[in-house]
Design a protein around this ligand. Structure first.
Ligand code: SF4
Length: 367
């Protein structure tokens, strides 16, 4: 519940944002690259409250959404194997692969189990020694240390039937890839609070240094977000570029060294494919040689047909690059709704299409 003082602060921040942007010829475009920010912004109705001179666009901040079809095809193929249990976060169940989904694989008899952490998957492995348990490790810097901890625990406890199928990704290389696109018109970034807890705010210092773009690490409440947007607006309006941290209660410039050490111990960076952004060097996390026996893709390689081009008209790729809004996809709200989604951005709870669908016409709500 928002207190009166928070309401007053929000009103003051909105007023300052209006003053800082009044009379601009072109709106400033600010991108958030965190699925939780996307949902928080919609939930609070911030888009409707901001002046027309400030446009918020969503970027590739939802890990489920950026996972490509090829990875889903592999997971679905493994789920169809007699001796395999696929353990996954619930969001992944309905994500369409080339021709099917994990939910369909489960309906056809595949053993697909929803878990809430990689350690749950490890427990399933211990309980089912005659099966190979494959955890779908999908996420960013925030969740990679937890999956790494599960691998280290499996090693320590000699659990030989626990594996990852890693599609873990790193946010800074994706931002660089976005900015390499000539059509990208982004004036500043609302930087991901959760990712920055691990990486530190310094991990984004390349934005001002190399692109003369500002970034603000923001928290998640409406007031925290507004404060972050206000700080960003002021920098853009003044032509300044630096990284500011408006989430100091949990984000430090250097991040969380213990989590970084855990990640570096278990993984090495690799080239990774992102839905919408394509193949980006050094943007993924693969298990190091020492832990390769926990990589199910290496232990049981598949030879699947190439992923065919999508024919259903889903434009998630463009949505994830901030090039179009969900409502510009002709399937939005008709052939694509959360109950029968045509693309991952409508499936995931953090997907921008799902947020538009749920809150798009949104009215400001204090939570
Ligand atoms: S509305 Fe549906 S089909 Fe269109 S881009 Fe979003 S997820 Fe894809």
């Amino acid at each position: 519940m928002k207190t009166n003082s928070e309401k007053e602060l929000s009103a003051r921040l909105l007023d300052e944002i209006r003053k800082s942007t009044a009379g601009r010829e072109k709106p400033m475009r600010l991108m958030e690259v965190c699925g939780t920010h996307t949902v928080s912004i919609f939930r609070a109705g911030l888009r409707q409250l901001l002046p027309p001179e400030v446009e918020l666009v969503s970027g590739p901040g939802c890990p489920v959404c950026v996972t490509p079809d090829g990875y889903m095809d592999e997971a679905i193929a493994y789920a169809g194997m007699e001796d395999v249990i696929v353990a996954t976060f619930g969001d992944m169940l309905k994500v369409p692969g080339s021709a099917s989904s994990l939910a369909e694989a489960a309906a056809q008899g595949g053993d697909v189990r929803i878990v809430y952490s990689p350690l749950d998957a490890l427990t399933i492995a211990k309980e089912n020694p005659d099966k190979k348990v494959v955890f779908l490790a999908v996420g960013f810097e925030t969740t990679a240390p937890t999956a790494a901890a599960a691998v280290l625990t499996a090693e320590r406890e000699n659990v030989g039937n626990f594996f990852l199928l890693s599609a873990q990704k790193l946010v800074p290389p994706a931002i660089r890839a976005l900015l390499a696109d000539e059509d990208a018109r982004i004036d500043g970034f609302i930087l991901p609070g959760h990712v920055a807890v691990v990486t530190g705010s310094d991990a984004f210092s390349f934005l001002p240094a190399e692109y003369h773009l500002p970034g603000v690490v923001a928290g998640f409440s409406p007031t925290e977000l507004l404060r972050g947007i206000y700080r960003l607006v002021r920098q853009v309006a003044a032509g300044e570029a630096r990284i500011e941290n408006e989430y100091k209660s949990v984000v430090r410039p250097e991040g969380n060294p213990a989590a970084q050490e855990m990640t570096a111990r278990v993984y090495e960076t690799c080239t990774a494919e992102w839905r919408g952004l394509g193949v980006i060097p050094d943007s993924g996390l693969d298990l190091r040689e020492k832990y390769r026996r926990f990589d199910f893709g290496a232990v049981r390689p598949l030879s699947l047909p190439p992923v065919p081009p999508k024919k259903n008209g889903c434009r998630c790729g463009e949505v994830l690059q901030g090039k179009i809004l969900p409502k510009e996809c002709k399937l939005f709200g008709t052939a694509c709704v959360p109950e029968h989604a045509a693309g991952p951005c409508m499936v995931s709870a953090e997907g921008v299409c799902a947020a538009w669908h749920k809150y798009g016409g949104g009215v400001f709500q204090y939570d």
